[in-house]
Structure formats: structure tokens, C-alpha cells
Design a protein around this ligand. Structure first.
Ligand SMILES: Nc1ncnc2c1ncn2[C@@H]1O[C@H](COP(=O)(O)OP(=O)(O)OP(=O)(O)O)[C@@H](O)[C@H]1O
Ligand SMILES: [Mg+2]
Length: 259
């Protein structure tokens, strides 16, 4: 299920602009890793290279390797569609398909991959995924109503249910709580804690408390200035990053001196 991600010498470009430079890091299975750093330092860009979402942007390209359990995602024989099934993604704004029912939203990714799901298998998967996302109790009596009728926090959990329905090994989350109130945020954080038992999770966050609450490891990215590439400055146990960072820039960032 859960997989190790090893990134080696990764450079990420938008056309001629190098947005992220020379990142190497290893993410262990069944851990939560937080990416932190100031706006524009390349957190989202780097995150998207972990499931080949980066390359859907015209002119965008990647140099280097992203190994998932020893296999480079960027090898010529790798199908990006399968990669995105293995490595799921949850975005900043909850993005359920508004006119689709709650149940169909959960199944949206699965149906792309497998159209022949029987009715009972589908029902079972909807229940299991919604339970996995801690949303089942709230929606079990309205599975056929549109996903847009849910609160923001519920919609975000619906997107997590959709992500886990395809049985990914890794889940990438880009500021999944930034549009949510504190209670929904804590619900998502609790869920991340539970999901960690099965999945490898990477979360981008601007919320330092959130990074220290949910993650085992933290990666701090920074940029030297406008037009410069983002770089990985420090990557370590979350407690080390927040209590005893080795690099001055990390210390300055987490103590709120810039960014
Ligand atoms: N589609 C794109 N085309 C060209 N440049 C882009 C594109 N997306 C991002 N960039 C640039 O790449 C750099 C990194 O952006 P990215 O969105 O990865 O930063 P971020 O760390 O996620 O920032 P934030 O915290 O604001 O979300 C920025 O200079 C940004 O302007
Ligand atoms: Mg971003």
C-alpha cells in the first residue's frame, strides 16, 4: 500500500523559468511530511511533480528523478494516468463536481479507471471511502444529492473520499485546510492522522501549528528573491525543524520573522 518516495536532483521548469532547483529528499512510507515556506518558493510546483501533474501545464518540464519504491515516475515506460492513480491529490479549494451526487463524486476517479463496477461493489466502495474520510455519518442519508450541497469542510472530506476511493498509495494535499474554519480544519487534521496508518501523506501548509501538529517530517523551502528558483533549505524531523533548526533562514521563517 504505502510507498517510499525518493526525489533525486530535481529541477522544475515553466518554460525557461526554473521554479525549483536541485531538490533531493526521501519520504518514508506511512509518514506525514509537511512542506512549508514563503509564497512563491515552489511548494505547489514541487508537490505536483510527485504525481506528474506538473507536466499538464504547457511548457512545463522536470529534470531529475522521482522514485516511488525504486521506480522512476518519469521513465519513458511509465503511464502518467497510472501514476496519478497511485499518487492522489487533494487541492486547496474543495472541488467536488457540483452537479454530481455525493456518491458519484466519490466514484468519479474510480469510474475513469474502471467502468464495469457492479452496483453493489460501487455502494460498498462509496461507504468505505466516505467512512475513511470521516464523512459517512453526515451524508449517508443523502448520497444521491449534489456534492455542492455540503459545507466547505464536508466538501473537502468528500474530495479526500474521492482520492482514497481509487486506493492510492500516496496522498498529496496542497493547503487542504486554507478555505476551512478551525473546526473543519481540526477534523481534516484528525483524518490525516488516521490516514497515515495506510498512506504516505505530503501536505503543503502555511499554518505552522498545523505543520507541527500533523507532520512527522518538515521540509522548509525558500527563495533568494524574485525570479530565483525555490530551494529546499532544510528537511528534518518536525520537532527538530520547529524546536532546533540548523539553518538560520528556517529559524527566521518559523518564528515569523519573514514570509
Ligand atoms: N503555471 C505556471 N506558469 C508559470 N509559472 C508558474 C506557474 N505556476 C507557478 N509558477 C511560478 O513558479 C513559482 C513557484 O510557484 P508555486 O505556486 O509553486 O509556489 P508556492 O510555494 O506554492 O506558493 P504559495 O504559497 O503562494 O501557494 C512562482 O514564481 C510562480 O509564479
Ligand atoms: Mg502553492
Amino acid at each position: 500500500m504505502s510507498k517510499r518516495i525518493e526525489v533525486k536532483d530535481l529541477n522544475v521548469y515553466y518554460g525557461k523559468f526554473k521554479a525549483v532547483e536541485d531538490v533531493s529528499l526521501t519520504i518514508e512510507p506511512r509518514t506525514v511530511t509537511a512542506f512549508i515556506g514563503p509564497s512563491g518558493c515552489g511548494k505547489s510546483t514541487f508537490l505536483r511533480t510527485l504525481n506528474r501533474m506538473h507536466e499538464v501545464i504547457p511548457g512545463a518540464r522536470v529534470e531529475g528523478e522521482v522514485m516511488i519504491d525504486g521506480k522512476n515516475l518519469y521513465d519513458a515506460d511509465v503511464d502518467p494516468v497510472l501514476v496519478r492513480r497511485q499518487v492522489g491529490m487533494v487541492f486547496q479549494r474543495p472541488n467536488p463536481f457540483p452537479t454530481m451526487s455525493i456518491a458519484d463524486n466519490v466514484l468519479a476517479g474510480v469510474k475513469l479507471n474502471n467502468n464495469k463496477l457492479s452496483k453493489s461493489d460501487a455502494e460498498h466502495l462509496v461507504e468505505k471511502s466516505l467512512k475513511g474520510a470521516n464523512l459517512w455519518k453526515e451524508v449517508k442519508d443523502r448520497l444521491n444529492l449534489p456534492g455542492s450541497g455540503l459545507s466547505g469542510g464536508q466538501q473537502q472530506r468528500l474530495c479526500i473520499a474521492r482520492a482514497i476511493a481509487v486506493s492510492p498509495e500516496v496522498i498529496l494535499m496542497d493547503e487542504p485546510c486554507s478555505a476551512l474554519d478551525p473546526i473543519s480544519t481540526l477534523a481534516i487534521e484528525d483524518l490525516i492522522e488516521e490516514l497515515k496508518a495506510k498512506y504516505t501523506i505530503v501536505i503543503v501548509t502555511h499554518n505552522m501549528q498545523q505543520a507541527s501538529r500533523v507532520s512527522d517530517k518538515t521540509a522548509f523551502f525558500n527563495i533568494a528573491g524574485t525570479g530565483e528558483p525555490g530551494k529546499l533549505i532544510e528537511f528534518d524531523d518536525t520537532t527538530t525543524i520547529f524546536e532546533n533548526p540548523h539553518v538560520q533562514a528556517t529559524e527566521d521563517y518559523i518564528s515569523g520573522r519573514f514570509g
